[in-house]
Write a protein that binds this ligand. Structure first.
Ligand code: TRP
Length: 334
């Protein structure tokens, strides 16, 4: 609890460019949570280097991501928006938690197995202990809730196991976090293969709408989106391509699938795809305008980075000092 509010922690990696899926599935909902929770939203750049990164590119994407958090509506005075690498407590707690995590547990992580297969030439120890750093992120702020997608649930589960194990030995040190799954619906799929989720790291640029895509690009990508054989706009499991487009349309217009079916009754896919493209472009426009405006104001963004890193550091250190004492590190004399 901070000032009588429950604590919420979440983060995104600064790898690749944010997609419409990240926005509708996460970021947009985060904005609505700022009043109810004390929120920490980290740009988790330390997680990013578990996969080889080009330094200048990483730095630029991290800054863009932080700016996009604000452009998408997160008020940086209410939400602690900061770089993970600016708060040393993450690495320090991660080391301690490494000593309370079993290799057997890490061996079971499906994301590690997937990434190890994908980056067979660089299966580094950081990739292996990635979930422990994530546990440190969450536990450092005594988070009560963590909004995550399905693919991160296993990491949240191991975070809870580590916290419970630690608490069982040392007493009530960590708050046990709960997943916050949010509203159903905004589970945006790839435009080229609705079996897969829309992903920042998809190699096919036509599969994802990026938040910074201009209207022409957005409309072109929707034109090329895979649909189904039955040329009707129906919200059904058997038509995963069109179902995904309907969900995107609904998320952007506030309409329901039933209303959408009615609106496009008797109309073809091309008309519908154009409407989806226009709705999405309309949602992205104000975010992009704000992003470009903010990007020009270097001093303002720098100020936020500094102020929020200090705030995050304050809470992180409170937990870290307690943990260091519990495990038996010598008292600090400076
Ligand atoms: N691993 C998360 C992802 O790739 C990002 C992340 C890092 C995170 N630390 C976190 C998410 C803590 C929630 C809480 O999506």
């Amino acid at each position: 609890m901070i000032d009588g509010k429950k604590v919420l922690f979440s983060g995104m990696q600064s790898t690749g460019n944010l997609t419409l899926g990240n926005y509708l599935g996460a970021l947009k909902n985060w904005v609505a949570l700022s009043d109810e929770y004390e929120c920490f939203y980290s740009v988790v750049d330390m997680h990013s280097i578990t996969v080889r990164q080009e330094p200048a590119g990483l730095r630029k994407r991290a800054r863009n991501l932080l700016t996009l958090y604000i452009a998408a509506g997160l008020d940086p005075d209410k939400n602690c928006i900061y770089y993970q690498s600016h708060v040393s407590g993450h690495a320090e707690l991660a080391w301690i938690l490494n000593c309370f995590t079993y290799t057997g547990e890490l061996n079971r992580m499906t994301q590690f197995k997937d990434k190890a297969a994908k980056h067979a030439d660089n299966i580094n120890a950081g990739l292996y202990t990635y979930p422990v750093l994530m546990a440190a992120d969450i536990l450092l702020y005594q988070a009560d809730v963590v909004p995550v997608g399905k693919d991160q649930l296993q990491h949240l589960e191991i975070t809870r196991d580590i916290a419970q194990r630690f608490n069982a030995i040392y007493g009530d040190v960590f708050t046990i976090p709960e997943p916050y799954m949010g509203k159903a619906g905004a589970n945006i799929r790839s435009l080229q293969n609705p079996e897969k989720k829309m992903s920042k790291s998809d190699e096919n640029a036509n599969a994802s709408i990026y938040l910074m895509d201009d209207p022409d690009t957005v409309i072109r990508k929707f034109k090329r989106a895979v649909t189904d054989l039955d040329a009707s706009v129906r919200y059904r499991e058997e038509q995963p391509g069109i179902k995904n487009l309907i969900e995107i349309y609904c998320a952007c217009t506030g309409k329901t699938p039933a209303e959408t079916e009615k609106e496009f009754d008797g109309k073809g896919y091309s008309e519908f795809k154009l409407a989806v493209g226009e709705a999405v472009a309309g949602v992205l426009k104000p975010i992009q305008d704000r992003f470009y405006e903010l990007s020009k104001d270097k001093a303002y963004i720098d100020g936020i980075i500094k102020k929020n890193a200090e705030k995050a550091d304050y809470y992180a250190m409170k937990t870290l000092r307690k943990v260091q004492k519990k495990v038996g590190f010598p008292e600090r004399v400076r």
